[in-house]
Structure formats: C-alpha cells, structure tokens
Design a protein around this ligand. Structure first.
Ligand SMILES: *Cc1c(COP(=O)(O)O)cnc(C)c1O
Length: 235
C-alpha cells in the first residue's frame, strides 16, 4: 500500500491536472484532508508532507486530536474544518476548536456558533450545506432556502459566511456527476449577485473530485484517497 505521503502527492497531482484541464489555477482549489477515524500519527504524517488543512466529522474525536496535536507539536499551525452535521450540544466545542464549519443548515446552529465563539478569535468561517440532490434523508437546506439562511448568517458578528457545501448523491456515471456541482456553482453565483461576499464551493470527495473541480469547487474534501479506506463506516 502507498504511504500517506505518496497518496497525498498523487491526489495533489490529480487535483492540479484537473484544474489545468479546465484552465483553472490549481492554487484556487484547496485540498482538505479528511482525517476522520484516522489516528494522530496519520495526520502528522500528512502534515510533515506539507498538508495544512484537515477535516473532521465528529466533535469529540476531532477535538481530542486537535488538542493532542497542539501538545505534541505546538509550532505546527494547522487549519481545522468541521465537516460533519452539527448538533446543538456540540457547538461550543466546535466554535472553540475549529476554523471552519461546512455543514450549517439551520439558523439556530449558526446563532449558537456565533454566541459561543471565544472572544479574541477571528470569526469562524461558515458554509451553508445544500441538499442539492433533493434526498429525503440528507441534511442541508433546499436551493430555495439558501438566500434566507445566508441573510441570517451574515447578521451574526462572529461568523463569516464563505459559501456553500454539498454532498451529492453518489453517482457512478461520470457524465451525470457534473449536474449537482453545476447547480451548486449557479447557487453561489446567485448569492454573489445578491451582494454576498462569498468565495467558497466545498464539493468533491475521493470518488468525484475531478468533476467537482471542473464545475468550480474551491475546496475538495478528500479522505480515502489520502489515508486509505476507513475501518468502520461513518456515513
Ligand atoms: C468522509 C467525508 C469526506 C471524505 O470522503 P472520501 O470519500 O473518503 O474522500 C468528505 N466530506 C464529508 C462531509 C465526509 O463526511
């Protein structure tokens, strides 16, 4: 099996070539290494290979790893993204430990994150999760609800609305993978036309990173392709 360092290098090459294919600057696509279920050692291996932005899905697990790494390597400056669903009783720990929250879909959660962001820290970066495939079981707002939630989030002092996030329904047909990403790009454009200063489209995972980049992703969230398969199901 390839080492984390080798896998990371391969993913970066894939990212760069996908960006170049559609005349985008690879630097405009941030690689978020999704380290959920993976140990601190794996994160440090990626960090030592140059990776700085990491994504976690579970508050307890994520905070424990963030704290452990701060103690082990106080000089290492990593950027932490909370990408899982946010429960109301977890907002304080998330607001205290993370730089970004990707999956906000309710004003109540936004308000708690703003209220609980510790004084002296910069505003926490927020993406609105959109249920772009219209799946009954998925979290995320409908496309029609994006504008009103964006207005609500923008009013909170300790939040900075950065853009939109989606997890489209898995689709094996590469031609069909593009549709939800295209729809997300249009929604971001609509926010910009309405005067919101947003720059982020968080979309694309190991299985659909290339079409996401082709449709305008600015953050891709990659776990398996960097760290290998997860040993227990997390979805
Ligand atoms: C687990 C997860 C990822 C990474 O998925 P891979 O298929 O392992 O790349 C990305 N985004 C979210 C929200 C996740 O939960």
């Amino acid at each position: 099996m390839a080492s984390i360092k080798e896998s990371l290098k391969a993913v970066k090459q894939q990212l760069a070539s996908a960006a170049q294919q559609c005349a985008r600057n690879p630097e405009d696509v941030k690689l978020l290494a999704v380290s959920k279920t993976k140990p601190v050692d794996a994160i440090l291996e990626a960090a030592d290979a140059g990776q700085r932005a990491f994504g976690e899905n579970y508050e307890q697990e994520g905070v424990a790893k963030i704290q452990a790494i701060k103690e082990l390597r106080p000089d290492l400056k990593l950027e932490w993204h909370f990408i899982g669903p946010v429960q109301g009783n977890k907002t304080r720990a998330i607001a205290t430990n993370f730089d970004w929250v990707h999956a906000v879909d309710r004003e109540r959660i936004a308000k708690r994150l703003s209220d609980q962001r510790p004084a002296g820290m910069p505003p926490i970066n927020i993406c609105i999760q959109v249920n772009i495939s219209g799946e009954a079981s998925k979290s995320g707002v409908t496309p029609q609800e994006v504008l009103s939630l964006a207005k609500a989030i923008s009013a909170y002092p300790n939040l900075r609305l950065r853009g939109l996030m989606a997890i489209p329904e898995p689709e094996d047909d590469p031609a069909k993978q593009h549709e939800p990403f295209k729809a997300m790009k249009a929604l971001l454009g609509q926010l910009q036309e309405n005067g919101f200063d947003v720059d982020t489209l968080s979309m694309g995972m190991s299985a659909d990173m290339v079409p996401a980049i082709e449709e305008g992703a600015t953050v891709v969230r990659i776990g398996t392709a960097i760290f290998g398969a997860r040993s227990y199901s997390t979805e």
